[in-house]
Every structure is written in structure tokens, then in C-alpha cells.
Design a protein around this ligand. Sequence first.
Ligand code: NAD
Length: 505
Amino acid sequence: MSDFEQNLQAANQYLQRFRANVTGHYIDGEFTVPDGSATYDNTTPTDNSSLGQVVEGSAADVTAACQAAERAFPAWRDLPGKQRRDLLHHFADMIEARAEEIALVESMDCGQPIRFMKQAAVRGAANFRFFADKAAEARNGLALHQDEHTNYTIRSPIGPVGVITPWNTPFMLSTWKIAPALAAGCTVVHKPAELSPLSAMLLAEISREAGIPAGVWNTVNGFGEVAGKTLTEHPAVKAVALVGETATGSHIMRQGADTLKRVHFELGGKNPVLVFDDADFDRALDAVVFMIYSLNGQRCTSSSRLLVQSGIRDRFIAALEDRVTALRVGHSLDPDTEVGPLVHTGHFDKVMSYMDAAREDGATIAVGGERREDLGPGNYVSPTLFIDADNSMRIAREEIFGPVLTAISFETEEEAVRIANDTPYGLSGYIWTGDTGRAMRLARSVEAGMLWVNSENNRNLPSPFGGIKMSGIGRDGGDYSFDFYMETKNVCIAHDTHRVPALGR
Ligand code: NAD
């Protein structure tokens, strides 16, 4: 049996129970399918067959989860940090123990190639371990001295929080958001993306098996318009962390206005990669290919706009064409696959619509542009490279979120910066140059929350992660996450030496 066949067989075993039973919610420590629930069909992008029915969470279901999180909050908040740390490490151990299941289920549910999903459990566990180790010190504040007073600050968890995640790398992103919330002492109601609910249920199972108390971790499935909306409006929920589209961020801000929700948004991007004539050609080429065609291009930090300097343009584009043509598209469980199927037929149609937009706007499709009919009924698109493009075209302005790269040429550093910044987004940027001074200048002038110089996206958990402009509000990572999930209280103590104002004496 080939590795692919073995993966397929193992995945089918893991998926059997999802196919046979309705996937419900996890509320107050119980897995539940409420009576009379509506359900929807969850499909695999590999061939659009069913992976089973999933409950469409109602407002009542979400309310029950929020109330459970509210009840569980005081005890979880007051648990000594060391105990929270030990529990979260135990949780991470259990993620690692189910790594194969997580990778295979995730890959079938969202279409991400198994070569990348193999890391999902390791990275998810690393997120928990990193924040677990900080649980005990998360409350530490500052000491702020005055001549006759001493101030100190205390941080405390904000309360129950809503975590709303997308479908592109659901397991990894869910752990990235939930780990710091739990480490801070918040309780959580998680609303996973409707298109990829399965790994969230594995997480909920692990949380129960790991002994995380009932109500501390709740998962409610369903659609954004009902389940997500109710979560963002519920008064018990003090903050909402969303990873999703920019338009969804705007909705949530409106929905949360009446209850003055604190919000944290990790949103869309149209991230530029700037390749200068003096760049290390081969390393830049590898990184450009990796940062748009890995994870099916369904990656918020993907470098979807290539800005290449005129001196190397022709050579770079020719090399790129060869590499994009050679990318191996296939079933997500095939270990050889580099680009898998897109998450859903609706998203596939959206990505394909940009092939027409490219032609209409006057760009050239140098590679790809078609459905891979030979791969059967799944959502397979051939990796695509647009050339002869300028930054006014829809393919340069809108987030396509597929294995689709738009290449634009520039002459000077000033022009590169102007094009890079001519976008409503500001999530990430990548700079390839051999000139350190130029890298330093661009680090200041390119508008983005995160810049990588001579590197692809490199993960560092203490570093701030997030976007500016329409790409987000707030930062995750290290202490930045605790700033979001915690309130800061200032305590001011007099030295009994100052004059207290005396009225009516
Ligand atoms: P989406 O915004 O459609 O959905 C994200 C989540 O929001 C889902 O769980 C959805 O059900 C929920 N939702 C939708 N409408 C809602 C509403 N009115 N109220 C409450 N919840 C609602 O995003 P998607 O299509 O699942 O994911 C792709 C997007 O996510 C892309 O734009 C991508 O750039 C972005 N993303 C950003 C980052 C980042 O770190 N900046 C990371 C990954 C993905």
C-alpha cells in the first residue's frame, strides 16, 4: 500500500464517526445535539463528498454556552497559575498523542496538503506550552513611583471571551487564540468556521479528556450570521477575538457595539513581496513560491503581490513560470501533493472568477488559470501566475485567497514602496535585497504589521502578530495576547505624607 493509500485508509477510519453521527456542540462539559436542531452537510474538498452532518447552532445554543462560560469563570480565574500551567501542558501532551488523527482529519476537512498539516498538532501543542509557561506571571503588573504615592498595576482576566476562527488552517489558528485566553484565566466559547468544524471538535474532546473543567471551554458549531452573531452580542462575553475576513470584522464591531465588546481582529491581506535586483535570486525565488502556493494560497500572510525590479524581472518571471508549472497538485492526503483542493465549491468559484477578472483588466495568465479536470470532482485549481499586471487591477487589489500570484514590475525603491502601500490592507510584507540600508529604510516605510527581510514567514511566538489598516486591530503573541485577554487595574497607595484636600472644615 502506498503512503497515500495508507493515509486515506487511516483518515476514513477517523472520519467514520463524523460520517455516522451528527456533529454537535460542546457546552458545559457535555457533547450535545439539541433536540430539533437544523443541520448542514459538511463536505471534503477532495471530492465534495459528505463528511457528515453538523449542527447549525441556534441563538439558544450559543446563549447556553455563554452562560456556561460565565458560570465557570470565577473558579478558572482563581485557579493558581501553576495549576493552569500544568493543565495546559497536559492538554498539549494529549494533542501530540493524537497528532496523526488531527492531521488527517484536518487535511480532509479543509483540503490543506498533509505535508503541511503534519505540523498542525506540533504547532498547536507549542502554542499551548508557550502560553502555559506564562500563566503564572500573566497577572504581573508594573510598579510606578511618585514622591508621595506608589502605584502598582494588577492584571486580571477580562471574563468569558468569544473566539471565532476561519477555515484556512483551523486547528492551528484555534489553538493560537484559545491558548492565551485560557492561560490568562478567561473562559472560552469557540465558534469554528462552518466549512471546517471537525478539528475543533477534536480540540473540545481533548479539553475534556485533559480535565479542563466543564464550562471553561465551550464549542458551538454553526454559521456566522446566527451563531457568530449571538456570540458577539451576548452580554456575558467581554471580548471577541476574530480571525477572518475584513467584512466580518466590520459586522462584529457593529454587533458588539451595544455591549461595548473589546475586539481583536486578524483579517485579510494583499501582502507584497518586494524583490530587488540585488536580492539572493534563488532564495528569493524559493520564498516567493512558498509564500503563495503553500497552504493552497489560503493563508492570511501569503505574498499574493510580487513586486519585482526591472533588472531581474524577465529572468525571475521565467524561473517562476517553471516552478509554478512544476507544482504538484493533488489529493490533500497524498504526501507528494504541494497544492491541494480549495476548501469549498463556493470559494473555488470565487478564485476562478479572478481568471476572468485578470483577462478583462488586461493582465496575462502566464501559468494556470484552469480547473484541474483530470483530478476529478474536487476543488482543484491549477496554480496560477498573472503577469503584465498593474496595481489598479482587481487581481492586485482584492484578496483572492488561492494559489494565485500577481506579478508587477517596478523600477525604483520609491516606486516599490508606493505600489506596496497602495492597498487598503496592511498585514505583512516581505523584502528581498542585499542592501542592508535599503532593508532598514523599507522596514520603516512599508505599511504592514509584520515585515520579513530576506525570509519567508518565520514564526516566533513572543513576537507581535497582527495587521494595520484593514488587516486588523490588535496583536497576538507573547505578552501582547495577555494585554487583550486581561484588564489592567491601577492601585495607588499613599505614603501618608501628602496633604489631603480638606473641604468644609
Ligand atoms: P470569514 O470572515 O468568512 O469567517 C470567519 C469566521 O467568522 C467564521 O467562523 C464565520 O462563521 C464567522 N462569521 C462570519 N460572519 C459573522 C458574523 N456576522 N458574526 C460573527 N461571526 C461571523 O472568513 P473565512 O472565509 O472563514 O476565512 C478567510 C479569511 O480569514 C481571509 O480573509 C483571511 O485573510 C483571513 N485570515 C486572517 C488571518 C490573520 O491572522 N490576519 C489568519 C487566517 C485567515
